[in-house]
Design a protein around this ligand. Sequence first.
Ligand SMILES: [Zn+2]
Length: 62
Amino acid sequence: MSSKKSKTNPCPICKAKTQKDSNPNFPFCSERCKLIDLGAWLGGDYKIPNKPGLDFDELEEN
Ligand SMILES: [Zn+2]
């Protein structure tokens, strides 16, 4: 019988193996990597493209 319960994943930031069961920061290995990822978002590395020209005022013409 296999007793492999804990899932192991590489951290998306530093690729260190991290376990889901014992890690509140999963899928990150640590809070540090979690913050790095968050910083990347805030720093604009993953810019979400917004749609220019979409104006709700214009959609609701009477
Ligand atoms: Zn990491």
